[in-house]
Design a protein around this ligand. Structure first.
Ligand code: UD1
Length: 449
């Protein structure tokens, strides 16, 4: 051991190569995490296929085990079996929630299954405060009692009751928590202004496979007939549209030709429309998308919005392509505050981006030149790698652990496409690992509450 850790890992990208070839997509991070949580709803085992080998999944598996469920790989592939039999606990500890804010998603299934949940309050994160008020107000509408003290959210219910739950905003996480809680509520629940992301549809398909009765998945109004007995399910996760978009942008940025395999092109409709408007050639097939480029890029304006709007998770990577366009583009970020954190690092690579509030003005065309940069978060990290692929010389991207949260084997997939990229320092943590200091909710501070 040289004392290095996964946090020291870095990617070295030597730019200037055209990416060419096919990339097989992994399962969607933002779906797999929710399906793992949904497995808590039944005492039967659930089998989930095409689970991406990324550190966020490892964290969720650790969470499921901390809650008392068994969660184990089947074979050495991408299949996980989750069995939340008897002995399930309702406490999601701080050490795990702070590592991954998406852990809040166990709240709905735990209340449904146990009538109670104690979840550590997620802290802020690099892309803004990320509130949970919609989750809380929605659960209260279903009859849950909620207290927040000592840094924990305590949810208790003597039996959830179906209700009409209008969301102020189509929050992905709130829609998912409410969907899962509503499966156990007496009578019908209607979620109004629900999120319409493909990952919500995947969760609804998973729940339906368990025996839940759900109508309206993929629309703004979802009806759930509560109280149906839920059993085990065998389900394959949909492909990751954000991973797909990232490789397609990398292909377009390097004037290459890249095909993604496994994703329904409809999941990226507006994104592909914007690529075409920039002058990128896009071919769509069944679960295949190919981009190629041989001419200059035109500037375009983009506003991020909930699905089917332009995905905020592709905003940072798209900023790199716009930096190469012949003219000025404007990106308006409407989903998260403070989601331009990568701009300073992109500018250090030679981009000309100015931000003001939730607008970014991207002046192009710029030629980029490699240097040492720091990944500020998951998608910002992917943007820096994209920039490194077109930059002159070597770009060293540090804090790769952010990228490992959401991209399975980025280095391997990029090499298949012909990129000159290598990884230094430790590999990603894709095996679950219980934090040494994991505290249960029986700890002193909590008991005294
Ligand atoms: C999910 C995705 C994330 C994606 C985002 C938007 C996962 C694990 N993460 O995050 O990658 O970028 O959807 O597509 O699936 N908000 C509130 N109160 C709430 C809930 C949300 O004010 O109770 C605000 C948030 O601060 C944010 C906006 O609503 O500004 C969108 O959040 P939401 O749709 O809930 O995103 P997540 O589920 O956290």
């Amino acid at each position: 051991m040289d004392g290095s850790s996964e946090h020291d890992a870095r990617l070295e990208v030597r730019g200037g190569r055209r990416l060419e070839g096919e990339v097989v997509l992994s399962g969607a991070k933002n779906s797999a995490l929710k399906l793992l949580a949904a497995s808590l709803l039944t005492t039967d085992p659930c089998v989930i296929r095409r689970v991406p080998r990324i550190t966020d999944v490892a964290t969720m598996v650790t969470m499921l085990r901390a809650l008392g469920a068994q969660a184990d790989p089947v074979g050495d592939g991408d299949v996980l079996r989750v069995h939340a039999g008897s002995g399930l606990s309702g406490c999601a500890p701080y050490e795990l929630v702070r590592t991954m804010r998406a852990s809040i998603i166990v709240m709905g299934p735990l209340v449904a299954r146990l009538g109670e949940a104690t979840i550590a309050m997620p802290g802020g994160c690099n892309i803004g405060p990320r509130r949970i008020d919609f989750h809380i107000r929605g659960l209260e509408k279903l009859g849950a009692h909620i207290d927040i003290d000592h840094g924990f959210i305590r949810v208790h219910s003597d039996g959830l009751k179906g209700a009409v739950v209008p969301l102020d905003y189509p929050s992905v996480g709130a829609t998912e928590n409410l969907l899962m809680a509503a499966t156990a509520a007496e009578g019908e629940t209607v979620i109004e202004n629900a999120a319409r992301e493909p990952e919500i549809m995947d969760l609804c398909a998973f729940l339906a496979g368990m025996g839940a009765e759900i109508e309206g998945a993929g629309t703004s109004t979802i009806h759930i007939a509560g109280g149906r007995p839920l059993h085990g399910v065998d389900h394959a996760v949909i492909a990751d549209r954000i991973e797909a978009g990232t490789y397609l942008l990398m292909g377009a940025a390097t004037s290459g030709r890249v095909t993604t395999i496994g994703l329904d092109p409809a999941h990226l409709e507006l994104f592909l429309t914007k690529l075409r408007a920039m002058g990128v050639q896009v071919e769509e097939g069944e679960e295949r998308i190919t981009v190629s480029r041989d001419g200059p890029l035109a500037p375009v304006d983009i506003s991020t919005l909930p699905h089917p709007g332009f995905a905020t998770d592709l905003q940072a990577q798209t900023m790199v392509l716009l930096s190469l366009a012949e003219g000025t583009s404007i990106i308006t970020e409407n989903v998260f505050e403070n989601r331009f954190v990568v701009v300073d690092e992109l500018n250090r690579l030679g981009a000309g981006i100015e931000t003001s509030g939730h607008h970014a003005v991207i002046a192009g065309p710029r030629s980029l030149s490699g240097t040492v940069v720091e990944a500020p978060d998951l998608r910002g990290g992917a943007a820096l790698v994209t920039a490194g692929l077109v930059a002159d010389g070597q770009t060293e991207v540090r804090s790769v652990y952010h990228i490992d949260r959401g991209y399975e084997d980025l280095t391997g997939k990029l090499r298949i496409l012909g990129a000159d990229v290598s990884r230094a320092g430790e590999g990603p943590r894709t095996e679950p690992e219980m934090p040494a200091s994991l505290k249960s909710c029986d700890d002193e501070a909590v008991r005294s509450a």
